[in-house]
Design a protein around this ligand. Structure first.
Ligand SMILES: [Zn+2]
Length: 314
């Protein structure tokens, strides 16, 4: 049992640093016959009325507006209640809305623990994906059975969706939602808080690492670099970017990440044209030295991404 606990901790640490969706892992860290490990939510205060909650999956943002609170992403199953508890320490205002950046279980599962009255806003493709919760490309499929939303009679599913652009509220409360194209999935929302000059990017920019390209949910290794560049060009007046699983980044970091992904796609496409195999590419590709501070890619993720680009290349 002890070994399982330690392994779980390593998996969890790896998930945080490289942005793996770890939600398929069963609940872990419990003691034999005892209570499960406590779910600890850590708070980073970015502004007086804006917080990032860390732990338990993707980064959660909490935006305290004039008359209520907007929450972006709700972490793994079982983390909705700890998020709600932590928010109570930050503000007495009611939670009025969840925005989900994309469909993955480590960003949407806590939705089912929020009051049913809370609005849920997503990109339209994510709204469709959340109804299916399909297995994620490159990750072990969860055991068959009803999705977390089916288990909860549809509670927490998207209630309002957008295609290219949506604005909610105004002045200090304004939230701008953008869609710039496919990348991590086909429904990656970019969530901008213009009064605060802050944006939540979700997992299309999970951190400085090779991305998870979830082709099953519409992700694209050929498009992701272009989509990231479009976002860097299309969003004005942003100083701080909340990444899916890592630290706060800048627009310069985002531009670099766009170039990094474009170079990766080009390298795979050139190799395919040159008659090499996906295994050869995955076995020899290294992060170019100019990309400082990028996490070394796990072999399985690299192999999966090579295949995604390969399959998209005629
Ligand atoms: Zn994700």
């Amino acid at each position: 049992m002890k070994r399982i606990v330690v392994l779980g901790a390593i998996v969890a640490a790896g998930a945080l640093s490289i942005g793996v969706s770890a939600y398929q892992q069963p609940a872990r860290g419990g003691q034999p016959g005892g209570a499960p490990a406590p779910r600890v939510v850590e708070v980073d205060k970015l502004k007086d009325n804006f917080f990032v909650l860390r732990g338990g999956g993707g980064n959660t943002a909490v935006f305290v507006m004039t008359d209520g609170i907007t929450v972006v992403d709700t972490k793994n199953p079982g983390w909705g209640a700890p998020i709600l508890e932590k928010i109570k320490e930050l503000s007495t205002k009611p939670i009025v809305r969840i925005i989900n950046t994309h469909t993955h279980g480590d960003h949407v599962s806590g939705n089912v623990e929020f009051p049913a009255t809370v609005d849920v806003v997503t990109h339209e493709n994510t709204a469709a994906n959340m109804k299916k919760m399909a297995p994620v490309t490159g990750l072990q499929a969860p055991p068959p059975g009803p999705t977390i939303f089916e288990q909860n009679q549809g509670r927490g599913l998207s209630k309002q969706s957008f295609k290219d652009r949506m604005t909610i509220g105004k002045g200090p409360d304004q939230i701008d939602l953008h869609y710039f194209g496919r990348g991590h999935t086909n429904g990656d929302a970019w969530v901008v808080f213009p009064a605060l000059r802050v944006m939540h990017a979700g997992d299309i920019f999970s951190g400085k690492n090779i991305p998870l390209l979830d082709a099953v949910n519409g992700g694209s290794g050929v498009e992701i670099g272009r989509t990231l560049a479009k976002a860097a060009d299309g969003v004005k007046n942003v100083d701080q970017i909340i990444s899916g699983h890592s630290t706060v980044m800048t627009v310069a970091d985002l531009r670099e990440y766009a170039a990094f992904n474009n170079e990766f796609a080009a390298a795979v496409q050139e190799a395919k044209k040159a008659g090499r195999t996906p295994d050869e590419v995955a076995g020899s590709w290294k992060i170019p030295a100019k990309y400082m501070g990028y996490a070394a890619p796990p072999a399985a993720r690299l192999r999966s991404n090579v295949q995604v680009v390969w399959d998209e290349t005629k």
